[in-house]
Design a protein around this ligand. Structure first.
Ligand SMILES: NC(=O)c1ccc[n+]([C@@H]2O[C@H](COP(=O)([O-])OP(=O)(O)OC[C@H]3O[C@@H](n4cnc5c(N)ncnc54)[C@H](O)[C@@H]3O)[C@@H](O)[C@H]2O)c1
Length: 296
């Protein structure tokens, strides 16, 4: 495998492109939004600078990595000659089904189609193509260049050969792949999202404030980051959509999203990416708590 196409240059897409490019792959980074591509490239350069400052990479490795990435706004040109496509576009079923239908007609027969979806069924996405045995989940964690885990999700029809190829490829990237089956939330989010939702519910019920909840989990459970701050980093819209997928998939009220989460998403408070979630990330109020009003 040499040529990798990454669809979506947002939080995850730019990290995935960075990781493949740093391991010597040729990467086509594709986004419908030109500004997202510019921002994605700027983020990659900034993250490489940070690695350079810590002497984790050399100046030559930085420029090689950047030189391995080409950007495209057209999916048709971007996926040409790709051995593997990793889709990391917005978490919406209709959008992903549409992208995979297109990929199936644009890509060569040998091309493996992977998705970084956090929760949408791999089997459902694969069914939009004529090659379901070559469709697989490649669930990277945020921030991609740093986090070791890749959750490899086998759809109902994913072949053993494709699973083996993707497991080995993940190791080439310096990651630790873990193979799981395709059920709502897979493993990572099936366990993480109920915890985040319960933290929001705890805030909503006035049991404690944002800082108090995050401090209990950080100092009491040795979590590197509190669950509310983690939700801000993941994106509150992403958390809401994952919970909805699990709620619909299992028909179980324990996955029902907290009304406060729904309200915040509707109000455009999406966490770090919108500048405000449970904390305020604007320059003048860096990571300051904003949801004190819920502490009675
Ligand atoms: N944010 C996380 O922590 C996280 C972690 C693991 C997995 N994921 C998953 O990764 C995927 C991307 O999430 P994100 O947080 O990077 O989202 P994001 O909103 O930061 O970025 C999504 C990007 O996709 C682009 N896009 C939308 N439609 C497109 C299309 N048709 N073709 C090309 N580009 C298109 C958008 O312009 C945007 O730049 C989602 O499936 C999400 O569930 C997210």
């Amino acid at each position: 495998m040499k040529q990798i196409a990454v669809i979506g240059a947002g939080t995850m897409g730019n990290g995935i492109a960075h990781t493949f490019a740093q391991s010597g792959f040729q990467v086509s980074l594709i986004d419908v939004n030109e500004v997202a591509l510019e921002k994605g490239l700027a983020t990659i350069a900034k993250n490489l600078d940070r690695m350079l400052a810590k002497e984790h990479i050399t100046e030559a490795e930085k420029s090689q990595t950047l030189g391995n990435i080409t950007t495209y706004t057209s999916i048709e040109t971007g996926v040409m000659n790709a051995d593997l496509v990793v889709e990391a576009a917005t978490e919406r079923v209709d959008l992903k089904l549409n992208i995979f239908k297109q990929l199936d007609s644009l890509c060569e027969a040998k091309t493996i189609l992977a998705t970084n979806t956090s929760s949408i069924s791999i089997t459902q996405i694969a069914a939009a193509t004529s090659r379901p045995e070559q469709v697989i989940g490649m669930h990277f964690m945020n921030p991609v260049p740093i986090m070791k885990l890749v959750e490899i999700i086998r759809g109902y029809n994913t072949s053993d050969a494709v699973t083996k190829t993707i497991m080995e490829l993940s190791e080439t990237l310096g990651k630790v792949p873990v193979e799981v089956n395709d059920y709502p939330g897979f493993v990572a989010n099936r366990i993480l999202m109920p915890m985040i939702n319960e933290s929001i519910e705890t805030l909503y019920n006035g049991v404690a404030g944002v800082l108090e909840i995050d401090t209990v989990m950080k100092l009491g459970m040795a979590h590197p980051m509190g669950p509310l701050q983690l939700a801000d980093f993941i994106g509150l819209d992403v958390c809401l959509s994952i919970l909805n997928v699990m709620y619909d998939g299992f028909k179980n009220p324990k996955y029902a999203p907290c009304p406060l989460l729904v309200n915040m998403v509707q109000a455009g408070k999406l966490g770090v990416k919108s500048g405000e979630g449970f904390y305020d990330y604007s320059e003048h109020r860096k990571a300051e708590v904003v949801s004190k009003q819920f502490l009675k």
